[in-house]
Design a protein around this ligand. Structure first.
Ligand SMILES: *Cc1c(COP(=O)(O)O)cnc(C)c1O
Length: 397
């Protein structure tokens, strides 16, 4: 029940039924729905009986014709209790929303499923985007599923598996000797030369947020239509945290969620932490750090277009922003895998390191209901674990 698009800076209205990029101010466009009609048409109890994927919230998604939905079964990932790891960190009610189980192995599949579905519904012939790897892999997969073309550019240092995923699903792939911003410049030039291609760079098209916001709906639904006290999110471009905030506000307006919103925590790696720096400085926008680097490749975003929206999500919910070192996040990844048998991506691991830090500083008292977003599978980053010490024995006779 999509109504229109709204500029995230000045609130101006824009047509949702033509292909759109950013607003005239160059800001992200946010999808708005007729929430009164949604509230009259469906209630939470009815959603419980629907198929276990993100399209269960279709009244709050932008695809108009159900026949145009492009899906690989994404969504409704587990919200796991982590009793042993929670006890170790002094946060007994610690849970993880595990996005390692979605198609392509990262939560980027949510944004891609909804973004590609809507692009194809609006007649786009091909999508084009720069990526740090996971988004490109996901959009390439869904473009193949939709029968449209994909042009992807990524830094040559991006995780190798994501390069293979793009090639496997038939995308046109370029590697750039540089950072994601350099890949973006390449894509911009290519889109200007081609007919029918849409630039689907982060927050330069409106519907990726819509796919990612379903993580917020699911957490609340899985807790019995109740919000946790704190949600931690590994923040790169910030789409996920902006989207979860949007979902929470929508659910409150629908009357599906009551009371205070959870405190939202943006987690970054200390090698690239512009949002944390801006939060600490009390600034409304971020400044790109000079030499961005971290093993958590998905959150290496020096300057996010939606930085002001991330800072608003954090501040307006009474949350915070914290940075952790690569050593800390790799140690957290290893400890969690041993405690609970779940091998998370370095980005997700950063949030567990942040829980430890926030518990030590007293920001978390240990009484809170805490949800960590693990945005992808450890399987995408095999090199984060060394196997050099594993002995090779002669076969017994
Ligand atoms: C892209 C990515 C992130 C950051 O996502 P944003 O929503 O853009 O902040 C975090 N983790 C992984 C694994 C990613 O691929």
């Amino acid at each position: 029940m999509l109504s229109h698009l709204e500029c995230s800076r000045d609130g101006s209205r824009h047509d949702a039924d033509v292909v759109q990029g950013t607003s005239p101010l160059g800001a992200p466009l946010l999808a708005r729905y007729d929430l009164e009609r949604v509230a009259a048409a469906v209630e939470p109890a009815e959603i419980a009986g629907r198929a276990p994927d993100l399209w269960r919230y279709h009244e709050l998604l932008p695809v108009r014709d159900p026949a145009r939905v492009v899906t690989l079964g994404e969504g409704m990932t587990p919200l796991l209790d982590l009793p042993r790891h929670g006890a170790r960190l002094g946060v007994p009610t610690l849970r993880m929303k595990d996005e390692g189980l979605v198609p392509t192995g990262s939560f980027k599949a949510r944004g891609a499923a909804v973004g590609v579905s809507r692009a194809a519904e609006l007649g786009v012939a091909g999508i084009a985007m720069p990526t740090n790897g996971n988004a490109g892999a996901a959009w390439a997969a869904y473009a193949a599923r939709a029968g449209i073309r994909a042009l992807i550019a990524m830094p040559v240092d991006a995780p190798v598996i994501t390069r293979r995923e793009c090639v496997a699903t038939g995308a046109e792939l370029s590697l750039v000797d540089g950072l994601i911003g350099d890949a973006g410049a390449l894509i911009k030039a290519a889109v200007a030369e081609r007919d029918g291609y849409q630039d689907t760079s982060t927050l330069r098209e409106p519907y990726r947020i819509e796919g990612k916001k379903t993580m917020g709906y699911e957490i609340v639904e899985q807790l019995g239509w109740r919000a946790p006290d704190v949600i931690l999110y590994p923040t790169g471009g910030g789409v996920g945290i902006i989207a979860i905030h949007k979902a929470l506000l929508e659910m409150r307006e629908l009357g599906w969620l009551r009371g205070d919103l959870p405190r939202l925590v943006a987690v970054q790696a200390s090698g690239c932490a512009p949002i944390v720096d801006a939060f600490v400085a009390g600034a409304d926008e971020s400044v790109a750090p000079p030499d961005p680097h971290t093993v958590a490749f998905g959150i290496t975003v020096p300057k996010a277009l939606g930085d002001f929206l991330v800072l608003d999500a954090v501040r307006s919910t009474g949350g915070t922003a914290v940075a952790v070192t690569d050593d800390e996040l790799l140690a957290a990844q290893a400890a969690l895998a041993r405690d609970e048998g779940t091998w998370v991506c370095p980005e997700g691991a950063a949030c567990f390191a942040a829980v430890e830090q926030l518990r030590e500083s007293g920001w978390l008292t240990g009484d809170e209901d805490v949800v960590v977003l693990n945005t992808g599978s450890g399987l995408l980053y095999p090199d984060t674990v060394s196997i050099d010490d594993v002995p090779v024995l002669p076969a017994p006779r």
